[in-house]
Design a protein around this ligand. Structure first.
Ligand SMILES: [Zn+2]
Length: 502
């Protein structure tokens, strides 16, 4: 019998933000029991598929019936426990390590692979800490970090330490097989709720999600943001390793360097162009496109796809100057996504004196920039059925003024299906917590001189601008970002191929 999808939270703090946000991540599935007053014996827990425990105060530890939790796991359930009560159930105590001078940001170093660490490789380090100040934003008391660990797990073969602390080697992520089920333990208490640019807590729900809901399917962690020249080298190496993948230099850009692309598939099949980083500082989804190319060129490609069926070109960083300098513009100070020959003359930028390096400076004349010209040439040569142009702001699906609305709507619907109940985050510029769900959409009526509008006028049926979450300075969010990028691309490929077969 398949286990229930329902989830029971055992806590002494039902109003804790974590408990509330769990209800946003798994809507309609979460029941909260207050361990101080509500019975939570084995026969109660057996109604559920998973149990999450979170005890926020030492005094409440003894009110949690952890033997009932262990009985539940032994029967085949999945338990995710916060550290203190888990350590107590082993007869251990947690340690809390402080870094008050900011000399080091505490991280998890992945030590072992399992379903829980899906998306990471052994040795990967991902930031994992709380902040003493309690401030939400990184720029308030940015240098007061702490992290909790369990020490003394040596000689307990039942406990698999999946991740250790970069501060002291203590266990920060562990998995214990219990009968037919398991207990996964990690710190859910000291990490703040993740917001779009949080450092220590972006992945707070990721390992939990892997244990309960299989959050990560295609995501991949990259240890650091590579300089563009190294990024190009990485693309060349991928193509050298995977015969199905072709690396090309699409031409020199505004700073004189080559623009790299990767292509995979059948030249006679429906074509897809996936681009990222036309705004240079919006770089993260480019790593998703890189990994997508790798997956499509590997054997077998994902989800029953065959390379006969499609041709995919990715240009992961369309603006190398902006990428390396962490700015929006190219080397000439032009906002490339206002430079296309489509509604250009009538486009009015936001600044009073309109000149290079203004936020949305459109350039001296339409298609004045080499990056713009390359993008146009690639569209004319490939004649893609679908262009996805990735940006980062806050998960929005933006459709142009022209094109195949039904096709775009079907891609959008599949993206929403795929992303459901996977990731939780706070929207940038907002206090609202939500799933990374792509529910929001923009439907342009008048064309601004964006790439997608020009492409729609050039005959691309589904030219969509995708806003992801991002503008991060570090790489701690790349598993979520690469995962969702790849899901969105696969949704587009599947829906367009389905449409082509009709
Ligand atoms: Zn953008």
């Amino acid at each position: 019998m398949p286990r229930s999808r329902r989830l029971c939270v055992l806590t002494n703090a039902p109003q804790n933000a974590f408990v509330i946000n769990l209800g946003i991540l798994y809507p309609g599935r979460v029941t909260v029991l207050d361990i101080r007053s509500q019975y939570h014996g084995p026969e109660v827990l057996n109604e559920y598929g998973s149990v999450v425990t979170m005890v926020t105060h030492r005094d409440a530890l003894d009110t949690l019936d952890y033997s009932a939790v262990r009985t539940f796991a032994a029967g085949g359930g999945t338990v995710v426990s916060c550290l203190a009560e888990y350590a107590r159930s082993l007869g251990l105590e947690i340690t809390k390590s402080l870094v008050l001078d900011g000399s080091q940001m505490p991280a998890i170093r992945i030590r072992e692979l399992s379903e829980v660490t899906q998306g990471f490789a052994v040795g990967d380090e991902v930031l994992w800490f709380g902040k003493v100040s309690g401030a939400t934003y990184n720029d308030c008391n940015p240098n007061q970090y702490y992290q909790r660990q369990v020490l003394g797990l040596e000689g307990r073969p039942a406990v698999n330490v999946l991740g250790i602390s970069t501060l002291n080697g203590g266990a920060v992520l562990m998995e214990e097989r219990v009968g037919r089920g398991r207990i996964v333990a990690m710190d859910l208490l000291s990490l703040k709720e993740p917001f779009y640019d949080s450092w220590g807590s972006t992945n707070k729900y990721l390992f939990l999600g892997n244990a309960i809901g299989r959050s990560v399917r295609y995501g991949k962690h990259y240890p650091r943001k590579l300089p563009y020249d190294d990024f190009l080298e990485h693309m060349r190496e991928l193509a050298a390793r995977l015969p199905a993948l072709t690396f090309a230099e699409e031409g020199p850009v505004s700073d004189g360097r080559p623009l790299g692309s990767l292509t995979v598939g059948n030249p006679d099949a429906p074509a897809f162009l996936f681009t990222n980083g036309i705004h240079g500082w919006e770089w993260e989804a480019g790593y998703g496109l890189l990994h997508l190319a790798e997956l499509l060129a590997s054997d077998p490609p994902p989800e029953g796809l065959s390379r006969d069926m499609f041709r995919v070109k990715v240009i992961p960083q369309l603006n190398p100057y902006g990428y390396d300098h962490d700015v929006r513009h190219n080397a000439n100070g032009v906002d490339l996504n206002r430079n296309f020959d489509c509604g250009w003359a009538g486009y009015v930028g936001g600044d009073d004196v309109y000149q290079p390096w203004d936020f949305d400076y459109k350039g001296p004349y339409p298609a004045s920039e080499p990056e713009t010209q390359i993008a146009m040439r690639v569209v004319r040569e490939m004649r893609p059925v679908c262009l996805l142009d990735f940006h980062t702001a806050h998960y929005i699906f933006c459709k142009p003024h022209r094109g195949d609305r039904r096709l775009m709507n079907s891609i959008h619907a599949e993206v929403k299906r795929r992303l459901k109940d996977r990731y939780l985050l706070q929207r940038p510029y907002s206090t609202e917590y939500c799933q990374a769900n792509m529910d929001r959409e923009v439907d342009w009526l008048q064309p601004p001189p964006h790439f997608i509008h020009w492409a729609a006028e050039a005959g691309v049926s589904a030219a969509v601008l995708i806003e992801m979450s991002g503008n991060r300075n570090l790489t701690q969010a790349l598993v979520m970002n690469t995962d969702t990028t790849i899901e969105i691309c696969l949704a587009a490929i599947k829906q367009c191929l389905k449409r082509a077969r009709r």
